[in-house]
Design a protein around this ligand. Structure first.
Ligand code: PLP
Length: 383
């Protein structure tokens, strides 16, 4: 089976973990702080505001809590969002207000976001679909103008940027995921970036029992000679990352440019191999000045055959999928919006295998099988 996503890990990561073992300190420590600083450098922001947490989802939940969202507040997010984003909004008592997306890019335009704003809107939460930055600069400007906070779910966009600004640096709070199916992986893990320094400190407290931190360490003591006493400033949880996963993350971050370059080559190859195929629409071109991480490569097929083609490909050893199933169709979110762009995208889009472990023969196999499956299902549809 050719996987749709797959990480790349090897001796360098193993050596880094071996060093952690040799030091006999596995918890949150120097390697965590190093990884935070390196990731902050990668984005070009202050390391004090970067918090390594145990998942991207944790970052989403911290984000909605830091913004003090609650009953009576609205949060605008695309219906095509990660399920954890919907949960992180709803758990606060705030109401998700789903906006539409462009059916080709699966990102919302600034206009889509603007149309969903209400007087009760406290925050906007957008992702960068498949790594495409989308109209993030326009959305950030809109949020500033309306006095609304902007959360960037940058899980797809670990190496994406728009006009020189890294995705994640446009809004007030951003998070990335390093789970096992992302480009940069640590097993479980996520990074939270909080622009406001005081809120960043609060994020650190909330992620570790509500304890006050000093110089990167959770300082429990209220008085120095009784270090076991607790200085609790918030009702926090335990959501921090550790030195084992951070050590893996540092190696993966160094390798990231190579991963993205190989993914770029594969995307170009799909573009070439699928060009002109009847019934297969390729991803739209990236606007000038935008850089993608190439997390997804997606094609769009006639709605009537998409599911069949996916099933045929699976039978032929090619695993495909769709991300992210629209949340306004999920009853618990009480969505009643009419979202034609979302519906179209959700009925037609298929993600092809894209990861740095694919060789050229795999890529040709995927393209050939896709062409054949689409041709077959379109012919059957006509008879
Ligand atoms: C993977 C992903 C997440 C969640 O990250 P976890 O680390 O698995 O919790 C959030 N948002 C998007 C867009 C994702 O793709």
């Amino acid at each position: 089976m050719i996987n749709v996503f797959q990480p790349t890990l090897g001796d360098e990561e193993l050596d880094a973990v071996r060093q952690v073992f040799a030091g006999n300190w596995l918890g949150h420590g120097p390697r965590t702080r190093t990884f935070e600083a390196e990731f902050a450098g990668h984005l070009g922001v202050d390391p004090q505001r970067m918090v390594f947490v145990n998942s991207g989802t944790t970052g989403l939940f911290l984000a909605t809590e830091l913004l003090g969202l609650g009953p009576g507040d609205d949060v605008v997010l695309p219906s095509i969002s990660f399920v954890g984003a919907g949960n992180a909004v709803s758990v606060t008592g705030a109401r998700p207000r789903f906006c539409d997306v462009d059916p080709r890019t699966l990102n919302p335009s600034a206009g889509d976001v603007a149309r969903a704003l209400t007087p009760r809107t406290k925050a906007v939460l957008v992702l960068h679909y498949g790594g495409y930055p989308g109209e993030i600069a326009g959305i950030a400007a809109l949020c500033r103008e309306r006095g609304v906070a902007l959360i960037e779910d940058a899980a797809c966009a670990v190496a994406s940027s728009a006009d020189g600004t890294g995705c994640g640096a446009f809004g007030d709070i951003a998070m990335w995921s390093f789970d096992a199916m992302k480009i940069l992986v640590t097993g479980d893990g996520g990074m939270l970036y909080v622009r406001d320094p005081e809120l960043a400190d609060r994020a650190r407290r909330l992620a570790y029992h509500g304890l006050e931190w000093h110089s990167g360490l959770a300082a429990s003591a209220r008085v120095p000679h009784r270090w076991w006493e607790l200085n609790v400033q918030d009702f926090g949880r335990r959501e921090i990352g550790n030195d084992v996963t951070a050590a893996i993350g540092s190696v993966q971050l160094r390798r990231l440019p190579g991963f993205v370059e190989r993914r770029r080559e594969i995307a170009r190859a799909y573009d070439r191999l699928l060009a002109g195929a009847d019934g297969i629409r390729l991803p739209p071109p990236l606007p000038d000045g935008h850089v993608t991480s190439h997390y997804f490569y997606w094609v769009q097929l006639d709605a009537g055959i998409r599911d069949q083609v996916a099933a045929d490909l699976k039978e032929r050893g090619v695993y495909t999928t769709f991300r992210y199933a629209p949340l306004h169709k999920v009853p618990i979110y009480r969505g009643d919006a009419e979202l034609p762009g979302t519906e179209e995208a959700a009925d037609t889009t298929l993600l092809l295998p894209l990861h740095q472990g694919l060789d050229d023969a795999d890529v040709r196999t995927v393209a050939d099988e896709l062409r054949k499956a689409v041709e077959y299902r379109r012919d059957r549809g006509r008879t």
